[in-house]
Write a protein that binds this ligand. Sequence first.
Ligand code: C5P
Length: 230
Amino acid sequence: MNAPRIIVALDFSRAIDALRLVEKLDPSVCRLKVGKELFTAAGPQLIEKLMLQGFDIFLDLKFHDIPNTVASACKVASSLGVWMVNVHALGGRKMLMAARSAIPQGTTKLIAVTLLTSMDQDDIDDIGLQGKPQQIVERLARLTDSCGLDGVVCSALEAAHLRQLLGGDFCLVTPGIRPSDGQVDDQKRITTPQQAILNGANYLVIGRPITQAQDPLLICQQLNSEITGL
Ligand code: C5P
């Protein structure tokens, strides 16, 4: 079996709920994402528990602060032994470089969020950023690459363009994935797992279609078989 490309988003507010779900999963079929909600509730102890069960952890805390603070936070996050962490590319070059030097290449993967997909043109104008969302995403992805980070979080719809722009080694992590026969929830610009991989995504972040399924393991296996060999 290849290394899993599915990252299950553990969007829970209590450790017990996350652990109940994880009991049904297996590290051979997926990795896990712990974000601000669950980490605020359960902290490094939960991360340790999940890692002891053999899972790779993406710690999705989107650090954004002065370079020194982000570098220190990245260092601590990496020392937990997590597989991947992220920062905001909007923190700028100095912050990205500081994060990079805090996490040596080849250890914890370090990626950046470009523009939050919740932001539309009005939000962008409000804060005084120039350009259309796509242009800003492209600019921030190039900046991320030039600072030596491993990749970005992006919509699967942007993945094909970024893959072409930034080459094969740049890591693209894409949320907004829904199985072709699945429920859409509150996601708007969705893509099927197959299409996301064909667009050049390396990893797929998937939450509710797995966390709310009767049989989460089976869903992971089905999703994996849809993308195997692509
Ligand atoms: O349940 P669902 O599959 O929609 O969960 C997707 C996960 O990816 C959530 O943790 C959400 O916060 C995250 N995410 C997203 N869209 C982005 C960035 C992150 O849905 N643009």
